[in-house]
Design a protein around this ligand. Structure first.
Ligand SMILES: [Zn+2]
Length: 343
């Protein structure tokens, strides 16, 4: 079968790999019908070392179950499914607590011998715990939006939950990538009154306004801090969704949170030590967030997508075939595209 591999920074190839097959009785074999490129795929695209060997790519996909192992109970051939970006058993202590990304049997797509999501098919470990059946056909018109349930929509939602978004709250979203835009949508869904989107790309912030942003701040650093304070009577916001993962964006988040506020950080940190220890301490700002347990949120978000109240699939502004995936990486890295769908 064909699948996407990262050889080195800037070197993505689609090649023949061994066919995905069932290996464990808890596995499902899924034919991938749509996948996509994640903002987090761009970190290795910028920095992956050739010495580490080719890496299978992709962790967001929807598809059709082709076969299941003998112990799989909730799935059958023909089911249309979405996979969260981490596989989990659904039964261990942490899964039952809703933190499936810390599952005792956690499996990451493309790592540890697992298939990646940017390919023709995938072996899904712990299929009962991992996959969610979608009550639609494989080519349903909602499929782009349903695909976002694998990562960006639950990740934006997780940022909002960790930042304690609720009715009447003021919110700032740092980052205008697909996760930030989904964070805007999630904040509106949770009842936020004011949603300030920090981003400098007009095509993205325009979409953010359609998703519910009430204000856009198109500058960075201290200028951005000053603008957010101006927009909030001088105090800053109750809730900050940090959707970038760079030290500068975290510092901005720390400075725009009002006393007693909270930061939900979901950008994969590209730095070692959390900054702003003293300012967040002195103003009692909660620093929360982390890798989103997407599996915990899919059932909650699914009805809003199925009934059209949320249209997160609008973050996809380019579609490529599997063989064109390398150019999809280039387009996202060059910011020609917000997010690339592979169909
Ligand atoms: Zn588990």
């Amino acid at each position: 079968m064909r699948a996407t591999l990262m050889y080195a920074a800037g070197d993505v190839r689609v090649e023949d790999v061994p066919d995905a097959t069932l290996a464990e009785p808890t596995d499902a074999l899924v034919r991938i019908t749509r996948s996509c490129i994640c903002g987090s795929d761009l970190w290795p695209y910028k920095s992956y070392g050739a010495g580490d060997g080719p890496m299978r790519m992709g962790h967001e996909f929807v598809g059709v179950v082709e076969d299941v192992g003998g112990e799989v109970r909730t799935l059958a051939a023909g089911d249309v499914v979405v996979a969260p970006f981490v596989a989990s058993d659904g039964t261990c202590t942490f899964c039952r607590e809703g933190l499936q990304t810390s599952c005792r049997n956690v499996a990451f797509w493309g790592a540890g011998g697992n298939d990646g999501g940017q390919g023709e098919a995938v072996r899904v470990p712990h299929a009962d715990g991992t996959l969610v059946v979608l009550p639609v056909g494989a080519d349903d018109a909602l499929m782009a939006s349903l695909l976002t349930l694998s990562d960006v929509l639950p990740t934006g939602h997780h940022a909002a939950v960790c930042a304690r978004v609720g009715p009447g709250r003021s919110v700032a979203v740092v980052g205008d990538g697909a996760v930030g835009l989904c964070g805007v949508m999630a904040a509106k869904r949770l009842g936020a009154e004011q949603i300030i989107l920090l981003g400098r790309h007009t095509d993205r912030t325009d979409l953010g306004r359609e998703f519910g942003a009430t204000d856009v701040v198109a500058v960075r650093g201290e200028e951005a801090v000053a603008e957010v304070r101006d927009l909030t009577g001088g105090d800053g916001v109750h809730c900050v969704l940090e959707c970038v993962g760079e030290e500068a964006s975290f510092l901005t988040a720390a400075k725009i949170a009002r006393p007693g506020g909270a930061i939900g950080r979901v950008g994969v940190p590209q730095f070692e030590a959390l900054a702003a220890a003293r300012p967040t301490f002195l103003r009692n700002v909660t620093v929360s967030g982390g890798i989103a347990p997407a599996r915990a949120y899919i059932e909650e978000l699914l009805p809003d997508v199925l009934e059209g109240r949320l249209q997160p699939g609008r973050v996809f502004d380019r579609t490529v075939g599997l063989e064109e995936t390398p150019d999809g990486y280039r387009a996202m890295n060059d910011r020609e595209a917000i997010k690339v769908l592979i169909a």
